[in-house]
Design a protein around this ligand. Structure first.
Ligand SMILES: [Zn+2]
Ligand SMILES: [Zn+2]
Length: 480
């Protein structure tokens, strides 16, 4: 095979993916023409590359128009039109290239029977390690992307064959996506765009095709670079729509994909304001009996709540008006630390929202109760401490929080972890400023020493207290 383009390793083999003349994105330009293979000169070879027999007066040399290699007549006797190479007349193709070339040629046909054969054949060969090299080298990626754009699938004869067709195309693409070395090729050729547009076009009933499509998107979104490309290529809307599907499998795959996408802050507006009702659905899933779905939904919301004030407000209001799923999530006594961490991280972020404090009261009390259970997971303790510190900033919460001073001291202020300790001290200091006598009384029972010791350990804190004190009672004065 000639050395076109860059080499990749696939299933232990060297593979030279097909190149397109001009724009590589065949979603934009479906009438692609592949770059022709380098023509091997007659005088460079003395034996047939497939059967190894020596060339002579009787056994003449023939070129395969597809791969450019020199072969004997027996090994290079098929004649196939090669529109993918800009050749409309049937041309000699070798036995090595012929099976996949037939399929690539049929993909270009206007006849739907041929398109169907091509889709089915390519799908099978994408999953066969003995064929995948040829599929990639002869234009299989590009052909599947073009086939996936066949809009009017009803022309394929019957609804049944249209379904088989779409299923084969998406399943073939999905099989290719499982090969990490092909990701750049697939993305450049427009695979992500075609998957997104197919997902947008289908209905929930097409579960298998949707599963293959969303699984592919999820794999792409695991790479930071391709996640950005997926967003540019329109992944967000179909993913949001699929989050609202009733099928647990589809919803979970969509949620998992969204949990990767949401790491990009510029997606937050679209998720929170989705006209597909994605936000209420994600909130509802936080109380799901499926632990995975619950963890994903909470993780997505925790990301969203890390953004703007408006997003936090929308989450609180949506949750409050649609049945307080977050409280259910916290009250279902989940023993899964990951679920608890995501939930408390989210609530800690929401706790900074000044206008939503009254809607957050029950969640605040629940967080205090969790603290009372003296959890052992240190991430959870950080989020719990942070949540209470954030709630304590608002004066209206003081009466509800003061009874928990001893728990804040035990779990946070006495902690050896400096972050947990600081959140604990933030909470205590807020309570001290709003309710000095009650808080002091609690601290005198236990915690006053820990608090002072903790404050002394905060870098620069005593210096800044000194500076503040000095402005109020100067170090130098004139005599009275
Ligand atoms: Zn031969
Ligand atoms: Zn060939």
């Amino acid at each position: 095979m000639s050395l076109l383009g860059c080499r990749i390793k696939l299933e232990g083999q060297d593979v030279y993916p097909a190149r397109v003349d001009g724009v590589p994105d065949v979603y934009q330009s479906p009438k692609f023409i592949l770059t022709k293979a380098r023509w091997i000169e007659d005088n460079q070879v003395s034996t047939c590359v497939l059967c190894n027999n020596k060339f002579n007066q009787i056994r003449r040399k023939h070129h395969c128009r597809q791969c450019g290699r020199v072969l004997c007549k027996k090994c290079c006797n098929e004649r196939i039109p090669l529109p993918q190479l800009g050749i409309e007349e049937p041309e000699r193709v070798c036995d090595d290239c012929a099976p996949v070339t037939q399929l690539i040629t049929k993909a270009r046909s206007q006849m739907h029977q041929f398109q169907l054969e091509s889709a089915n054949g390519l799908n099978e060969r994408c999953k066969d390690h003995t064929f995948i090299k040829r599929v990639v080298e002869l234009g299989g990626i590009q052909s599947l992307i073009v086939l996936a754009q066949t809009e009017n699938v009803q022309i394929l004869g019957s609804v049944m064959s249209a379904h088989v067709f779409q299923r084969s195309v998406m399943s073939g693409l999905q099989a290719l996506v499982t090969h990490q070395p092909l990701h750049q090729e697939l993305a450049a050729a427009g695979a992500i765009k075609v998957i997104c547009s197919t997902l947008s076009r289908l209905h929930e009933a097409d579960e298998q095709i949707l599963t293959d499509g969303i699984s592919s998107l999820m794999i792409f979104c695991k790479s930071p670079e391709l996640k950005k490309k997926a967003l540019d290529d329109g992944a967000l809307q179909p993913v949001l729509t699929m989050c609202t599907y009733q099928s647990p499998t589809l919803a979970l795959l969509a949620l998992s994909t969204l949990s990767l996408i949401v790491e990009h802050p510029n997606t937050h507006d679209a998720i929170v304001e989705s006209s597909r009702n994605a936000l209420p659905r994600i909130l509802a899933l936080t109380a799901s009996s499926d632990k995975q779905a619950q963890a994903m939904a909470l993780k997505i919301l925790a990301h969203l709540s890390n953004g703007t004030e408006w997003h936090r407000h929308r989450i609180v209001q949506e949750d409050f008006s649609s049945g307080c799923s977050l409280l259910k999530a916290l009250s279902s006594h989940p023993t899964d630390d990951q679920i608890l961490c995501n939930a408390v991280c989210l609530i800690a972020n929401l706790a900074t929202s000044s206008e939503d404090q009254s809607s957050l009261q029950n969640l605040m009390v629940r967080v205090c109760q969790l603290l009372q259970n003296s959890p052992s997971n240190s991430d959870l303790k950080i989020h719990l401490g942070r949540a209470i510190a954030n709630f304590s900033k608002f004066k209206q919460n003081t009466d509800k929080l003061v009874p928990y001073v001893s728990d804040i001291v035990q779990t946070c202020v006495k902690s050896t972890n400096p972050i947990i300790r600081i959140h604990g001290m933030r909470a205590i200091l807020s309570l001290l400023s709003y309710s000095p006598s009650q808080t002091t009384a609690e601290l005198m029972r236990d915690g006053a020493m820990d608090l002072l010791e903790g404050l002394g350990k905060v870098q620069g804190l005593l210096d800044s207290i000194q500076a503040t004190l000095t402005t109020q009672a100067a170090a130098l004065t004139r005599p009275f």
